[in-house]
Write a protein that binds this ligand. Structure first.
Ligand code: SF4
Ligand code: SF4
Length: 88
C-alpha cells in the first residue's frame, strides 16, 4: 500500500516514470490509482523529496491490531465512565 506524505510538491517526476500511468496530480499533489499500480516502487525511488512511502501488509496488520486494542481500551473506559455516572 502506498501513501503520499506532506513532502510532495507536485513536481510530477513520479508521473513521468510510472510504467502504468497510475500516478496523477490532484490539487498539485501526487495521487496513485491503486487499481493501476503494480507496486514496482519506481515512483518512490525517483521522488527527490521522499514523498511516496510504501507500507507493507505486515505493518498494516500491526496497525489494525493496535487500533483494535485502542478500541477495547476506549470501550473499557466508557464502561467505567458510565458506572461512575450511575453512582452519582
Ligand atoms: S511524489 Fe515526489 S516526484 Fe511525485 S510529484 Fe510529489 S514531489 Fe514530485
Ligand atoms: S509503484 Fe510503480 S506502478 Fe505503482 S504508482 Fe509507483 S511507479 Fe507506478
Amino acid at each position: 500500500m502506498s501513501r503520499i506524505n506532506r513532502n510532495c510538491r507536485g513536481c510530477g517526476l513520479c508521473i513521468q516514470y510510472c510504467p502504468t500511468g497510475a500516478v496523477s496530480l490532484i490539487n498539485r499533489k501526487a495521487f496513485i490509482d491503486v487499481s493501476r499500480c503494480i507496486k514496482c516502487g519506481t515512483c518512490s525511488s525517483v521522488c527527490p523529496l521522499g514523498a511516496i512511502e510504501f507500507v507493507s501488509y505486515s505493518e498494516i496488520d500491526d496497525l489494525k491490531e493496535k487500533i483494535q486494542n485502542l478500541k477495547h481500551k476506549i470501550n473499557r473506559l466508557n464502561k467505567k465512565i458510565n458506572e461512575l455516572a450511575w453512582r452519582k
